[in-house]
Design a protein around this ligand. Structure first.
Ligand code: NAP
Length: 248
């Protein structure tokens, strides 16, 4: 098994890459701008006796994505695991809709998932084996966190595509699932309000804490493993039991 994890230079993607490597899976660490950080993830995996390489690509750019998968296969071997983790949050609501910000989010959060899934599916179909996990967000389910209206819409689309891709790829023995994280402590959190945000978000979860990248990584490791062999088209919420939903 060989994995590609997008947006793995930091945050949740980094946690996922390190966790898959612990399971002995060689990992292509995709990054967009942070080459040094991506290289540090690679070094950590190599130092622990694993295999990894860092590969730059903007996942919203289809030709860069094709090159990413070609390089990953040349360096590590045929891809059988894809984690579509790369994502960005641009805050906004009905009162301050910014078309450029929306376009940026659609390019990374939605187009990126489509381009990477199409590229990975080529090899997975030939092998008649594969597991894909998309990183969504509980924002897609109606959480009441303010300023995430348009981001939520991009993640809702990711969840719909998770089910549609599961339908399209299931006959080729390729499983497609999603993990919907709650609040996870990463660089996505505004440093200016970090401490207040942590307290507020911890109070919203029945488990009384915010999440760490490892909380998501363990869920992803399960979904790509043989233990999840009969699970496809599912959205697994990993949020410590959030209580501020408009609906479930
Ligand atoms: P983060 O700390 O901001 O890291 C984002 C990662 O995505 C970085 O590695 C970045 O690469 C990469 N990236 C961004 N745009 C990219 C592009 N166009 N092409 C390739 N890579 C790109 O984010 P995070 O908090 O770990 O979030 C990871 C995922 O979880 C996202 O999909 C996010 O929506 C989702 N999520 C996060 C939370 C949370 O509370 N943190 C909650 C729900 C869902 P570079 O650094 O190299 O530019």
């Amino acid at each position: 098994m060989i994995a590609v994890v997008t947006g793995a230079s930091r945050g949740i993607g980094r946690g996922i890459a390190l966790r898959l490597a612990l399971d002995g899976i060689p990992v292509a660490i995709n990054y967009n701008t942070q080459q040094a950080a991506a290289q540090q993830v690679v070094e950590a995996i190599l130092n622990a006796g694993g295999r990894a390489c860092a590969l730059q690509a903007d996942t919203g750019n289809p030709s860069q994505v094709d090159a990413l998968f070609q390089q990953a296969e040349d360096r590590l071997g045929p891809i059988s695991i894809l984690v579509n983790n790369a994502g960005i949050l641009r805050r906004g609501s009905l009162d301050d809709y910014d078309p450029a910000a929306m376009s940026d989010m659609l390019k990374t959060n939605l187009d990126g998932v489509i381009h990477c899934t199409r590229a990975a599916a080529k090899t997975m179909r030939q092998q008649r084996a594969g597991a894909i996990v998309n990183i969504s967000s509980i924002a897609a389910h109606g959480t009441s966190a303010p300023g995430t209206t348009w981001y939520a819409a991009t993640k809702a689309a990711v969840e719909t595509l998770t089910k549609r891709f599961a339908l399209e790829l299931g006959p080729s023995n390729i499983r497609v699932n999603a993990v919907a994280p709650g609040f996870i402590l990463t660089d996505m959190v505004d440093p200016a309000t970090r401490e207040t945000t942590i307290q507020t978000m911890a109070a919203k979860a029945v488990l009384g804490r915010v999440g760490q990248p490892e909380d998501i990584a363990d869920a992803v490791a399960f979904l790509v493993s043989g233990q999840a062999r009969f699970i496809t088209g599912q959205i697994l919420t990993v949020d410590g039991g959030r209580t501020d939903f408009l609906s479930h």
